[in-house]
Write a protein of this length. Structure first.
Ligand SMILES: Nc1ncnc2c1ncn2[C@@H]1O[C@H](COP(=O)(O)OP(=O)(O)O)[C@@H](O)[C@H]1O
Ligand SMILES: [Mg+2]
Length: 316
């Protein structure tokens, strides 16, 4: 085990002592306390002898509850060039885990290792072990197509098929042979659209083209499409970055509802969003997982100087 774990009561002091009502406005968004200068300097004082740049991942708080995905020493190479270094991370079930860090630090690369999307990139090699429910997802016995139904993915730009709303949602259950009767399919489509919070808006136009929906509706449709095949995990790569603030709020609400049933991992470049939607946060920097823990802890009481520098906007 190469994790450095902080659990003692002493470790909970420091920035926690700062005024908890204090918050800072950045880009019009309210950020949590550690971003206030007072809290930041309290943390900073404690970080004088922070671990060196390539030190082991700091686990600020270990996850509680069952672990859905366990990554161990995962490295990724593109044409022999290393992009991700020995990432070990436990991702709990029925929880939203946010992956944060500056552009190019490896968030999308790591996300793609969890449903083997990197297999589809020529010249990409993944080493290490990723287990879902203790089963190695890179084992020869695992069919990547079936794996991607169990581990659904939502991208930055909504990508509905140029088909009807109904067909978009029915597609997965159809190709995976989950449903045979038409009436049964109607039920699956309705239930997925309801769970994605889109039913009310599209119930009377299921046969219309999905391309006619707004961006936010398309993103909820894509989420309905992922849900329709009963996934266990939903991966989201900056799902709101192409959306306006109202559509973003709607997706964030939806993510919060979905967490009751699914394990969710979301990449976001918005720290305010990470603070709003996630319970766990993992901070990446230059291909390494620097620090992970409960979201509150990462934002209010980071153990690593690089985490503090990033969440306080000193780089990124
Ligand atoms: N398909 C690819 N081919 C080659 N290099 C890639 C590819 N995807 C990502 N990379 C490289 O891997 C590193 C991590 O990228 P990425 O995972 O996209 O970062 P992030 O999502 O944090 O912005 C970057 O240096 C990027 O240039
Ligand atoms: Mg990315």
């Amino acid at each position: 085990m190469k994790f450095r774990i902080f659990r003692s009561a002493e470790d909970q002091t420091g920035a926690g002592a700062a005024d908890p009502t204090e918050s800072v406005r950045m880009g019009g968004q309210v950020l949590p306390e550690a971003t206030s200068s007072k809290a930041a300097s309290a943390v900073e004082a404690r970080l004088e002898d922070a671990t060196p740049v390539s030190g082991p991942t700091v686990v600020a708080t270990p996850p509680t509850g069952p672990i859905k995905i366990a990554a161990r020493d995962v490295s990724v190479f593109y044409d022999g060039k290393q992009a991700l270094y020995d990432v070990s991370l436990d991702i709990p079930d029925k929880t939203v885990t946010a992956l944060i860090g500056p552009s190019g630090c490896g968030k999308s690369t790591f996300l793609r290792t969890m449903n083997r999307m990197n297999d589809t990139i020529a010249g990409c090699k993944v080493t290490g072990r990723i287990a879902m429910d203790d089963e190695d997802i890179n084992d020869r016995s695992i069919d990547p197509v079936l794996l991607r139904a169990r581990v659904g993915m939502v991208f930055q730009r909504p990508n509905p098929f140029p088909k009807s709303i109904y067909e978009n949602v029915a597609y997965g259950p159809k190709i995976h042979g989950l449903v045979s009767a038409k009436s049964e399919m109607d039920g699956v489509v309705e239930s997925a659209l309801k769970r994605a919070g889109l039913w009310e808006e599209v119930a009377d136009r299921l046969q219309s083209s999905a391309m006619g929906l707004s961006g936010g509706q398309q993103q909820r449709l894509v989420i309905a499409r992922a849900i329709a095949v009963n996934p266990e995990v939903i991966l989201m790569d900056e799902p709101c970055s192409a959306l306006d603030p109202i559509a973003t709020a709607r997706i964030e609400e939806l993510i919060d509802e979905l967490r009751e049933r699914f394990c969710i991992v979301i990449v976001t470049h918005s720290m305010a969003q990470a603070a709003r939607v996630s319970q766990r946060t993992a901070f990446f920097h230059m291909g390494r997982l620097v620090e992970t823990g409960d979201t509150e802890d990462i934002f209010q009481n980071p153990r690593e100087r690089r985490t503090l520098d990033y969440i306080t906007g000193r780089f990124g």
